[in-house]
Design a protein around this ligand. Structure first.
Ligand code: ASP
Length: 412
């Protein structure tokens, strides 16, 4: 067994043990003020989980900068960058639109909210969406240090690409810098590996603390909604991703996800595409044979704007809330949901729970009561974990397709 597959098994074991221990503690209804909870679960175990997440986040900005500046400097010029950018963004939008359409279809078959007969006084108040000009302007950094300090990924991406392009145009000096960035890249990748070696413990801590504090009773009340989201996530995974990988990336989807699933386990236990990013990048580059030029662009961009799982939750939630309040959305309403949920998922940061906040945008656009979010909040923690895994799986799928089309995918 290789080191990596041994590690993968340990991570899976950490996840299962955490899940079991957390669920056990929860089912025993241990008193919040008991030493087991105070010092154990909410003390040392929670601390372990938090340290793990913080350390993952620590690597995001340096890794994205070094790897993207390096990657961009290796590309032949503006044309290939523009082409890769266009393909990536189009595929992200396309997969997200497919994801919501699937979610809307599934929820119209299951009708998860029928019969709840809630009434709402809420009236549709159009929310001022930020001016398009401002949204575009915010992509461009005025101060790279500030962008990095705030973890503003789009700005960091733009800055890194600019530096990369300048390096490629700077002759001898540029190539010296590229070599040194390459060295830095290897060092940071090593850091990611070091962190991965303690991941089984980190994942165990995260899972234990989440599941010991998570109520399952809410899930029973919302079982139809919960299962519709899970079903749509699953369908999107096995149909959309599998078909796209087979047809456009010419690889075996089963093998692809067998190699990639540890990253999805991280995403599941951290509920954050951003925190998972260092591991996504390391795996795409070192294990899946996707060249740095493509992986370093597609993965950070995906962790920032591509959220298929989130869009699925938002699609099902919208239908659920409409049905619960007895509001007819109609065909044009569905089109509106597809458009706004695609935009909302772009605006969803890759951190826990944000998808539920941007859901307000979608609800407002179709004139549904925003307080409907309260109906589903109880089951969102677990759904957040599941949809984050799909979000990350979507990023990898698109990275593979774009890399294949550029001749930069050499799957071992
Ligand atoms: N937790 C999700 C992510 O990081 C975002 C969300 O849907 O809340 O990908």
């Amino acid at each position: 067994m290789t080191d990596r597959s041994a590690l993968t098994r340990k991570i899976l074991l950490g996840m299962l043990l955490g899940l079991a221990l957390g669920s056990l503690v929860h089912s025993l209804s241990v008193d919040e003020s008991s030493p087991v909870m105070v010092f154990g679960i909410n003390g040392i175990i929670d601390l372990g989980g938090q340290i793990f997440i913080v350390s993952l986040k620590l690597l995001v900005v340096p890794l994205v900068f070094v790897s993207l500046a390096c990657g961009a400097s290796n590309l032949s010029g503006g044309t290939s960058l523009g082409r890769i950018g266009l393909k990536t963004i189009s595929l992200y939008l396309l997969t997200t639109a497919i994801a919501i359409s699937l979610a809307l279809m599934a929820s119209n078959i299951v009708n998860p909210g029928l019969g709840m007969a809630l009434s709402s006084e809420a009236v549709f108040v159009g929310k001022d969406t930020p001016a398009f000009k401002q949204v575009l302007l915010d992509i461009f950094p005025s101060n790279p240090v500030k962008a990095m300090a705030e973890g503003n990924m789009l700005q960091v991406i733009v800055f890194s690409i600019l530096v990369g392009v300048a390096i490629s145009k700077s002759g001898h000096n540029g190539s010296r810098l590229r070599e040194s960035l390459n060295d830095w890249n290897e060092v940071i990748m090593k850091l990611v590996l070091m962190l991965m070696s303690v991941a089984p413990i980190g994942v165990f801590c995260l899972m234990t603390s989440v599941f010991s504090n998570m109520g399952f009773s809410g899930i029973l009340d919302l079982i139809q909604y919960f299962l519709t989201v899970v079903g749509a996530l699953f369908l999107h995974f096995v149909f959309t991703y599998f078909i796209l990988l087979r047809v456009l990336a010419h690889c075996s989807p089963t093998k692809f996800f067998k190699d990639f699933y540890p990253v999805m386990v991280y995403a599941f236990s951290t509920s954050s595409s951003s925190a998972t990013l260092p591991i996504t990048l390391e795996t795409l580059e070192k294990r899946m044979g996707i060249k740095k030029e493509v992986a370093s662009f597609t993965a950070p961009l995906g962790a920032t704007i591509n959220m298929d799982g989130t869009a699925i939750m938002q699609g099902v939630a919208t239908v659920f809330i409409a049905q619960a309040y007895g509001v007819e959305i109609g065909f044009s309403g569905y089109l509106m949901v597809i458009m706004t949920a695609t935009m909302a998922s772009i605006g969803t940061a890759g951190v826990p729970g944000v998808g539920l906040i941007t859901l307000a945008l979608v609800l407002q656009q179709v004139g549904l009561p925003v307080e409907g979010i309260a109906l589903i909040i109880g089951v969102d923690r677990l759904l957040d974990m599941l949809r984050t895994s799909i979000n990350v799986g979507g990023d990898a799928t698109v990275a593979a397709i774009v890399a294949k089309s550029e001749g930069k995918f050499h799957y071992p």
